[in-house]
Design a protein around this ligand. Structure first.
Ligand code: SF4
Ligand code: SF4
Length: 361
């Protein structure tokens, strides 16, 4: 490897760090090591209704289809762990996944990657490039593993031994050669905490996630009715789920690993008040205009107002909060969306099952 390539690669990594990225590595663009596994996983139906994964499977398994002539991938990680862990043990309050507490990460990470690409172009001149942040049809975790950012945990998350797993991944595919990092090395050992803690049994085997059972999928990706057999297992999680990360030892602060679950340095990810354990009834009373305003530039808008109402209805059904019943009845009577109405009625039915006298009230 020539010295100039090494200097260029080092300067790209230094620039990424100066832009605030917590992790950075460079990988050669090769067919993904997990491509066969990914195809098998899709065949099992574990993707549920995420049909876009099936439509883009060839692209995901061949980065050359994303960027013809791609040689290198600069892969970055941005820590999103909040300074204070969300309150999860009050069933009358909503829990949002950590990644959605502040501003939408797509925009934040993409902006930084655009700056990084500008830096690269200043150094090497015009080159072909493609930026991806979650939405691009690329097996991102595979690339990130190859670039040395982390290894696969049994919960299927990418884990960095020093930082944990609360970080976003983004990448720039480039048609230039760079100096490459080694793939990440590490593993879970005999730990099985995430598998045991998952409330819906979505981790069907180590490293295998049945996304169609995962609360993240149910609350965000699934647009229709949530299977009844899973509703009572969702607790008060209304947007995403972190349980399999919360229990992971690599996300527990340790004296010898001060970076683990250390708070993000990115101001845009500071939690908004609305995502910090809001009362479920308040979320249900929120009107569409208020939802748009409260979740402007937030990842939560992906589920849309009706999706959040559906999820909140399930959480209220699980909450047993006696003050919620009149609100549920009021909202169910006025609801025009059949899916949301059915979930509100399900929630009301949960009260009736718990307290048969509430049927007549
Ligand atoms: S995110 Fe939640 S539901 Fe999904 S696998 Fe992890 S613990 Fe299970
Ligand atoms: S909880 Fe244990 S088994 Fe699960 S990802 Fe973390 S270390 Fe691996």
């Amino acid at each position: 490897m020539s010295r100039s390539l090494s200097v260029l690669s080092d300067s790209i990594c230094a620039c990424a760090r100066s832009l605030g990225f917590d992790l950075v590595g460079i990988a050669p663009v090769l067919p993904p090591a997990h491509a066969l596994f990914f195809r098998w996983w899709l065949e099992q139906g574990f993707a549920g209704e995420m049909h876009y994964l099936l439509r883009t499977v060839d692209k995901r398994c061949d980065p050359q289809l994303m960027l013809p002539g791609a040689k290198s991938a600069v892969v970055v990680g941005l820590n999103y762990a909040p300074a204070v862990s969300p309150v999860t043990d009050d069933p009358t309050r909503a829990v949002f996944a950590r990644y959605a507490l502040g501003e939408d990460y797509h925009e934040v990470v993409t902006c930084k990657l655009q700056e990084l690409l500008e830096f690269i172009r200043q150094r090497v001149g015009e080159c072909q490039a493609k930026i991806g942040v979650d939405a691009a049809p690329v097996l991102e975790r595979d690339l990130a593993w190859r670039a040395g950012l982390g290894w696969f945990g049994k919960n299927t998350m990418l884990i960095n031994t020093r930082l944990g797993s609360y970080f976003f991944i983004g990448e720039i595919l480039l048609d230039i050669e760079l100096e490459y990092d080694q793939p990440a090395f590490g593993g879970c050992g005999t730990c099985t905490r995430c598998i045991e803690a998952c409330p819906t049994g979505a981790i069907v085997a180590p490293y295998v996630l049945d996304a169609s059972r995962c609360i993240s999928y149910l609350t965000i990706e699934l647009k229709g009715s949530i299977p009844e057999c899973l509703r009572s297992l969702m607790g008060n999680r209304v947007f995403g789920c972190d349980i399999c990360q919360e229990v992971c030892p690599f996300n527990q602060p340790r004296a010898h690993a001060p970076l683990r679950a250390s708070p993000t340095r990115e101001p845009a990810f500071a939690p908004r008040e609305i995502t910090l354990a809001p009362r479920l009834v308040d979320l249900l009373r929120m009107r569409e205009e208020q939802f748009r305003e409260a979740f402007r530039k937030s990842a939560v808008k992906r589920t849309k107002w009706r999706g959040l109402r559906r999820n909140v209805a399930v959480a209220l059904g699980n909450s047993g909060d006696p003050f919620a019943l009149p609100v549920l009845k009021e909202e169910a009577a006025a609801e025009t969306d059949p899916v949301v109405r059915e979930h509100l009625q399900w929630a009301i039915e949960q009260y009736a099952t718990r307290h048969p006298s509430s049927r007549s009230s």
